[in-house]
Design a protein around this ligand. Structure first.
Ligand code: CO
Length: 152
């Protein structure tokens, strides 16, 4: 029988295992962009049973989106640099993502400090065998604001 003390220990182990993974066993993904120009997770792992995810982004910084805005873009890792280059050209008005970019699985809007945004992303074209990344396409950010996106 599990007493309260061992339950607390188990909880501690579980939360440290998943500390850097935005995985709740559901199709809802919550990510924060921090004032240190970083995401609070290095990996987004969603169950492959999800046909669609709801991606929620919170910017916990304070600076305006034109100065230090953040978004999340998901694509194959091999497409990341070209998506970023075209996104930079597309500009803030397009959330630093080329319009109708077929390489992009999904993306949020660019948001400033204190703001939140949410987007539903269909996973019909995502294969568990391919490598995907999530990253911020605000120019210059993706070198540090990036991580692995995968189905599990
Ligand atoms: Co950013």
């Amino acid at each position: 029988m599990l007493n309260i003390k061992s339950s607390i220990v188990l909880l501690g182990i579980t939360s440290s295992l998943f500390a850097n993974v935005a995985f709740a066993g559901t199709c809802d993904v919550n990510v924060e962009a921090t004032p240190a120009m970083a995401f609070n997770v290095k990996e987004i792992a969603v169950p492959k049973t999800c046909k669609e995810i709801t991606l929620n982004l919170k910017n916990t910084g304070t600076m305006a989106k034109a100065v230090m805005g953040h978004n999340i873009v998901i694509s194959k890792t091999t497409d990341m640099q070209s998506v970023l280059a075209d996104g930079s050209t597309a500009g803030l008005a397009n959330n630093y993502v080329k319009q109708n970019d077929e390489r992009v699985i999904g993306h949020t809007s660019v948001i400033g400090g204190g703001e939140t945004t949410s987007v539903k992303i269909k996973l019909s074209n995502v294969k568990a065998s391919d490598g995907y990344s999530f990253y911020c396409s605000f120019p210059g950010h993706a070198s540090v604001m990036k991580g692995v996106f995968k189905l599990i």
